[in-house]
Structures are given as C-alpha cells and as structure tokens.
Ligand binder design. Structure first.
Ligand SMILES: Cc1cc2nc3c(=O)[nH]c(=O)nc-3n(C[C@H](O)[C@H](O)[C@H](O)COP(=O)(O)OP(=O)(O)OC[C@H]3O[C@@H](n4cnc5c(N)ncnc54)[C@H](O)[C@@H]3O)c2cc1C
Length: 303
C-alpha cells in the first residue's frame, strides 16, 4: 500500500484505528480469510466524509465492513482498504416509537433496546448476528420479519461524501437486497419505526426465536448463516439435503448435518474450501433439480 495513502489515513484517524496486513479471519463469522492491506475503524461521519472521497479520487479499492457475518474473504486477502463501521459508531437512541441507531450497532443490541423501551416489531432481528448497516443493505430477515418493515429512513453518504436521507421506498428493499447493494452508498444511521407493545410478550417472542435457532441451526460452528438465498417455491437446505449432500465435506468446510442450508467451518477450513464446497453444492443441486442456487454470502477478493 502506498505511503501517501498511509500518511493520509494517519492524518485523519487515531493510530490504533489503522492496521496494515490485518487477518480478516478475525473479522468474519466464517473465521477464514487472508490479510487486508489496510483495515480502518471509523468513529464518526466526519472521518468517513474525508476518507471516502479520498479513496474515490485516488481510485483505491475499498470495502465497507459491518460485523462480517455474511462475508467470505479470499485466503489471498484483499488488496485494498477495509472500512469497518462497528462498535465505535453504534449509538442507539429511543424517542417515542422511533429508534435512531448508528450503522455499527448490532441488530441484537438494537432489538434489546426496543425490548427495554417496550417497543415491538424488531423481535425477528434479535438473533441475527449482523450490524444495522449490514442488516439494512441485506434487508435481513427471519420469522416473517424483515428490515423493510421497520425502516423509516436511512442516512447514507453518497459517492461524493454528501449526506442523503433515503426513505423506505427509495431503499428498494427486496429479498436480501436493497438499493445500496448496487450503489456507492454507505449507511451511517437509520430511523426505525416500531409500535408500543407488552414487554413480556416481546421478551417471550425473542426467547422463542432464539430457542428455534438453537434447535435448528449449527450455532456451535463458524458460518455465515444460510449460504444460499431461498429459491422460488422451495428451500435451499431441503434441495441440498435431497441431493445427498448432508455432511458432505471439502477440506475443513462441511454442509451442516443439522441444517443443510448452512455451510460451516469445522475448525480448519480455508475460504477456498468453502468456495469450492459452494460451487459443488450449486452444481449438484442444478444437476438433480435444475435449480440454480444463488449465494447469499458475499465474496471478497480473488478466488
Ligand atoms: C449464525 C448466523 C445466522 C444468521 N441468520 C440470519 C437470518 O436469520 N437472516 C438474515 O437475513 N441473515 C442472517 N445471517 C446473515 C447476516 O447476519 C446478515 O446478512 C447481516 O445482515 C449481515 O450484517 P453484517 O453487519 O455482518 O454485514 P457484513 O457481512 O459485514 O456485510 C454484508 C454486506 O453489507 C455491506 N455493508 C455492511 N455495513 C454497511 C454499511 N454501513 N454501509 C454500506 N454497506 C454496508 C457490506 O459491504 C457487504 O456488502 C446469519 C449469519 C450467521 C452467521
């Protein structure tokens, strides 16, 4: 990474927020991935407003990281700048039926704040391990809920480093997607709109969802949740199971025996193992059922 870029980062961010050659396995729920050339943790919008236009002007590659729970980073790493919007930008503020929350707050923390305030509507997200930013970009959802139902508006930084407010319609939320997946927008904050509810009922719904997750999902292994999107009219996990792939392994990567929709790292998987397993699963399901499984997991770097 060139010295000019390093000097520029050092002029904007505290030293402890900049790392070179940072292992990405420390920042992804798959616990795999090589080194990021530059890894920075931003603390506020002002820092982002300086960093983003600079990276664009110098045509440097960069990637916005939330909590890394839907991400497969190449073993060869990423030869650009990873910008993490994490705990340093995670304020949550409840006002009436609205929650104003910064992009780096976790969905689980935000759902807990909703519970504490007696607000219902976000129980579905309490067990999704992503950040608000990642959850909004992906329109994360579970148990008949999705971010689309609770997002009132989203504050983003556009390509020029200007702040913009996007309402729920402009966000173009779809199944595990939003307008931000294809545009150079960075989520910095969101306003969520919930409804008054009974605390005990909210708590018991959250507990019930957590129980279902523990029962059905291989939470004891590193993974990125469901690896593939749900195809029209069926479930990826069922197609994978019916293709005879339950427990199928490549290196340290395995189709979970507990939930075939999850590809897991059994301990020593590489990202290459996981990527090869994804390709093999796609091929076998296509062969057997003629269905093309689309990855939900985002790949970063060269595979
Ligand atoms: C055990 C487990 C269970 C899961 N269960 C579910 C589930 O039930 N439902 C579900 O939908 N998902 C689930 N997931 C997947 C994942 O948690 C979600 O997709 C989550 O929304 C990703 O958020 P993140 O912060 O980890 O995003 P990351 O993985 O860090 O990033 C995902 C994408 O969002 C972009 N991004 C992140 N933050 C920002 C930002 N501030 N501005 C712009 N772009 C940004 C990244 O560039 C990337 O393209 C699960 C994952 C695991 C490991």
């Amino acid at each position: 990474m060139n010295q000019v870029l390093k000097d520029y980062m050092a002029s904007i961010l505290p030293e402890e927020n900049i790392r070179y050659g940072e292992p990405m396995r420390l920042h992804t729920s798959f616990r795999t991935g090589g080194e990021a050339a530059v890894f920075i943790q931003v603390e506020n919008v002002e820092q982002l407003r300086k960093v983003l236009p600079y990276l664009r002007k110098t045509e440097s590659d960069f990637f916005i990281l939330g909590n890394g729970t839907n991400l497969l980073v190449s073993d060869r790493g990423y030869d650009g700048v990873i910008i993490q919007i994490g705990s340093a930008m995670s304020k949550i503020h409840v006002e009436g039926e609205r929650i104003f929350v910064q992009a780096g707050a976790l969905l689980s923390q935000t759902a807990k704040a909703a519970l504490d305030a007696g607000l219902t509507g976000m129980e579905f997200a309490s067990g999704i391990p992503g950040s608000i930013g990642g959850g909004i970009v992906m329109n994360a959802g579970a148990y008949d809920g999705e971010m689309k139902q609770i997002v009132e508006n989203v504050t983003v930084l556009n390509g020029e480093g200007e702040l913009m407010e996007l309402d729920c319609d402009t966000m173009e939320f779809g199944y595990r997607t939003s307008v931000i997946k294809n545009r150079p927008f960075v989520v910095v904050e969101a306003a969520l709109r919930l409804a008054p509810g009974d605390k005990e009922e909210i708590r018991s719904r959250m507990e019930e969802f957590a129980r279902r997750r523990r029962e059905k999902q291989p939470l004891e292994y590193a993974s990125a949740g469901s690896t593939f999107k749900r195809p029209e009219g069926c479930f990826a996990g069922k197609l994978i199971m019916d293709s005879g792939l339950r427990g199928y392994r490549i290196g340290g990567a395995q189709v979970s025996e507990k939930h075939c929709g999850f590809l897991i790292n059994t301990g020593n998987a590489t990202s290459e193992d996981i990527a090869e397993l994804m390709a093999e699963v796609q091929e076998r399901v296509k062969e057997k059922f003629g269905v093309k499984l689309e990855p939900e997991v985002i790949k970063l770097g060269k595979f």
